[in-house]
Ligand binder design. Structure first.
Ligand SMILES: *Cc1c(COP(=O)(O)O)cnc(C)c1O
Length: 381
């Protein structure tokens, strides 16, 4: 039996929705399926203003453009994240300032983040790793104390909550991803949440190539023109059709992923108790979307052994992010591996386990037994 790392879920309605979008002959962005996705997300999570964009990466880029991040500005983010989080900053000629992580969550270490604030700092850019909320209450407090903006890279956390408030709703801006590796997918896609009413109109300009086409569509103007910077930050309605089918199944998808999480929890907790490894300890008051499950081994050697032995059984777990500060590009920006020793160490010991909505019905028993066998081999001696 083979257990891949991820299998994108299909709820069954994708095909008929895509066909409907195709035959509508309205295939560009912000048409009826996009409107239905946005309405559903607003209703379900009480989000304010949502822009469907081509990717999570595009949402981050559009967000930093909207926040007017410029050359000379500094943005604080974890080094333990995807390249897109940092690229959005670098593309504005601003400086990414990399922050350590907390092993309990693999999210930004808030005390370290605060120590990195300088007079050049403009924005804080936390991520919600594995769907675990960053400590958004503390981040917001620190941001308002220092007069900083906050954008949440919520690519992994749609459907997670912290203190009763959904991930994405906390900062000035947030980015979601609908990439095929995420809970809800349309292959490639994303969303930008704009939580500041005074920024919404400008966001419609940036999304539509810097034009005020949105004012023509809403009947305010009869002709549109070039009014601002911008790009094409629009998701085709063909992909929005697939996205709608997925969003309608969000509850089921999360329920299935939470079943897997619970089973992993049960298997790994005793090993964590014995000090062989660590599993996530989400902050109090968080409710998770089941995006991912990670394990931090005591030693890199044991991680490598675990991955190799599981691979022999055709169970595919993977390492986490390779830290950005010590990457080739990070070095070009002047960082050294030693700058963030905690991140370096954790990244060498972490593993992400197979996780997808169909797993509870398709091989979960085999997956768990294989892991148990490998863990016993590693830690019995
Ligand atoms: C997936 C992901 C992204 C990028 O999203 P895309 O839709 O693939 O562009 C950015 N940040 C984080 C934390 C992610 O997990």
């Amino acid at each position: 039996m083979k257990i891949p790392f991820n299998i994108p879920y299909l709820c069954g309605k994708e095909e008929s929705y895509i066909r409907e979008a195709l035959l509508s002959r309205r295939h560009c962005g912000n048409h009826s399926f996009a409107e239905r996705c946005i309405a559903l997300m607003q209703e379900r999570w009480d989000f304010q203003s949502i822009f469907l964009v081509p990717s999570g990466t595009a949402a981050l880029e559009m967000g930093l453009l909207l926040a007017d991040i410029k050359a000379g500005d500094e943005v604080i983010l974890p080094s333990y994240t995807f390249s897109s989080t940092a690229n959005a900053i670098v593309l504005r000629d601003a400086k990414p300032v990399f922050c350590e992580i907390d092993p309990a969550t693999m999210n930004m270490d808030i005390a370290h983040m605060e120590s990195l604030i300088s007079e050049k700092t403009r924005l804080l850019l936390p991520i919600d790793y594995a769907g675990i909320p960053a400590e958004h209450d503390r981040i917001q407090q620190i941001a308002s104390r220092h007069g900083l903006l906050v954008m949440d890279d919520a690519a992994q956390s749609l459907g997670s909550y912290y203190q009763g408030k959904p991930c994405g709703a906390w900062g000035d801006l947030a980015a979601f991803s609908f990439h095929e590796t995420k809970n809800i997918t349309c292959g490639e896609g994303g969303a930008l949440l704009v939580n500041r009413p005074d920024w919404i109109q400008r966001a419609t300009f940036l999304q539509e190539k810097g034009t005020d086409r949105s004012l023509v569509l809403s009947g305010v103007k009869s002709k549109y023109g070039w009014v601002d910077k911008g790009s094409s930050y629009l998701l085709s309605d063909l992909l929005a059709a697939m996205l709608l089918a997925q969003l309608e199944s969000a509850e089921y998808i999360m329920r299935q992923r939470k079943k897997v999480t619970a089973a992993y929890q049960e298997l790994y907790a005793p090993y964590a108790k014995q000090g062989c490894l660590c599993i996530a300890r989400p902050p109090a008051g968080s409710s998770l979307n089941g995006h991912a499950f990670f394990v931090i081994f005591d030693k890199t050697d044991n991680r490598e052994l675990f991955l190799a032995k599981l691979r022999e059984k055709q169970v595919y777990a993977y390492i986490g992010y390779v830290p950005l500060h010590s990457s080739k590009m990070g070095q070009k920006l002047g960082y050294k591996a030693e700058d963030l020793p905690i991140t370096e160490d954790l990244a060498k010991r972490v593993v992400r386990l197979p996780m997808y909505a169909d797993l509870p019905e398709q091989g979960m028993q085999y997956c768990l037994e294989s892991m148990e066998e490998v863990l016993q081999k590693i830690y019995s001696s």
